[in-house]
Design a protein around this ligand. Structure first.
Ligand code: EPZ
Length: 429
């Protein structure tokens, strides 16, 4: 990859340095959520299995999407955007290398591995490496590809695959990994044999990928934690509208539980947040769920409650940090058990700087609700931890200055505009 590509990507990560909030602040009004980052990313990777034009609608403006778009251009696609619509079509043959400079910037780049395996003989994908929330290995991805006949060599920070012998297989995933499910499903589209995947992830974004693959022409039968896939030799194009972002929506629902708030969050498929709604009702919130909205009203004082994150339909790990911020000012003790990632408590130190009372014991954070938080300078350590600091800034007395905001822009489109519209005192510097 030449420097101009890399510079173009660095340029897209154009983020103001700090995000500031003045609290405490009650929120009122309606927010409309944009398209799902975690549905768009695998779908963009999957466009590599077809030469035909794909139109992807409801695509949010996020740095993660920009990076994946740049990766597709390096892999031979022409990608253009008109508002929230992406047009992806073949420009040149796909080189078989996904470069490290990109993969280290976006873990989800590893999702091109399945698509490259589906469409070619040999390929080389940089290992994504870990990140702050955990080591995040790809052993389940590679074990499945091996069962499908790919020859795999891991050396020098790269995975080298020879996928010329790709064939159908029956694979049971050791853990319902979202990324491994997506990579193996896309790879399975590269053979006309039948592949059956068991113990797959059941997140709605995985189902969205299956719908997209079907729209290209793959034969897919999904039932519970099993999916069977029959590929074809050539695929058509697609005009596909992606679901709204349930994690973004869930973050605004949690913000709507801040004292004195009355917020309506509009997005598709509110039933995907049932686990969150159940917990917020336990805290004393009054929640009305319609076909395309969640309306939340909050009591004077929230009661604390316990959560345990789990694969869908359990409590989403991506909402653990924002929920913990809310529990830091609720009555009593809340036990936050993170079972999906091994190091997803990095926001605790920052919340404690604001006066939260949190003790970590292995995979459990013991949160003792305090009367109030105090605004302070804090730093976002990861995407959802950054969202937690925004929630804390709404609760805290005084000004909270959040630095390292590039994490936040990765996953929350126009977060400043949305919170301003709900009445928050929020700005960037
Ligand atoms: C996806 O990550 C999401 N990212 C994550 O959202 C989300 O937190 C996660 O799923 C769980 O729901 C995207 O969709 C782009 P996993 P992914 O593979 O696919 C272990 C956000 O904030 N594992 O289900 O990487 C892994 O280490 C991001 O938007 C293996 O051990 O998640 C982790 O502990 C953060 N070996 C657990 O499984 C493997 O081969 C869950 O990982 C693969 C995973």
């Amino acid at each position: 990859m030449n420097n101009s590509d890399l510079n173009r990507i660095k340029h897209t990560i154009n983020s103001p340095d700090s995000l500031l909030l003045k609290g405490p602040c009650a929120l009122n009004g309606t927010v409309r959520v944009s398209g799902s980052k975690n549905a768009v990313l695998p779908i963009l990777a999957a466009t590599l299995i077809t030469d035909k034009k794909c139109t992807i609608r409801n695509v949010p403006e996020l740095t993660d999407i920009s990076i994946m778009t740049e990766l597709l251009k390096i892999l031979g696609k022409k990608v253009s955007r008109e508002e929230n619509v992406l047009y992806v079509e073949k420009e040149k043959d796909t080189p078989g290398v996904a470069p490290y400079e990109l993969v280290r910037m976006l873990r989800a780049s590893i999702l091109v591995m399945g698509a490259l395996a589906a469409g070619r003989n040999s390929l080389k994908v940089a290992l994504p490496g870990g990140c702050l929330i955990g080591e995040r290995p790809i052993d389940i991805h590679l074990k499945g590809l091996k069962k499908m006949g790919a020859e795999i060599k891991v050396s020098g920070g790269f995975v080298e695959l020879n996928a010329s012998g790709l064939k159908g297989a029956e694979i049971t995933l050791d853990f319902p990994s979202v990324g491994a499910t997506e990579n193996l499903a896309i790879a399975a589209c590269g053979t006309t044999d039948k592949t059956v995947l068991e113990n797959i992830a059941c997140e709605p974004e995985v189902d969205e990928l299956f719908s997209f693959l079907k729209s290209l022409g793959a034969k897919i039968k999904h039932s519970g934690s099993t999916v069977s896939i029959k590929g074809r030799s050539r695929y058509g194009g697609s005009d596909f509208t992606v679901m709204d972002d349930r994690i973004q929506a869930g973050t605004y629902v949690i913000a709507g539980a801040v004292k004195g708030s009355d917020v309506r969050i509009e997005f598709s498929s509110p039933e995907t947040l049932d686990a969150l709604v159940e917990k917020l009702c336990e805290c004393g919130c009054r929640i009305d769920t319609g076909s395309d909205y969640i309306h939340i009203k909050t009591p004077e004082k929230l009661k604390g409650t316990d959560i345990r994150t789990a694969p869908y339909p359990g409590f989403p790990t991506d909402l653990q940090a924002p929920f913990m911020a809310l529990m830091s000012c609720s009555e009593g003790v809340s036990l936050i058990n993170e079972t999906v990632f091994e190091n997803r408590f990095l926001h605790c130190g920052e919340l404690k700087r604001m006066g939260a009372d949190i003790e970590i014991k292995k995979d459990i954070a013991i949160v003792q609700g305090v009367e109030k938080l105090t605004g302070a300078p804090v730093a976002a350590k990861d995407l959802r931890g950054g969202a937690a600091l925004v929630i804390a800034g709404l609760l805290a007395e005084g000004v909270t200055r959040i630095s390292e905001t590039e994490h936040i822009w990765r996953g929350y489109e126009d977060i400043v505009g949305h919170f301003k519209k709900l009445g928050a005192e929020i700005w960037t510097e």
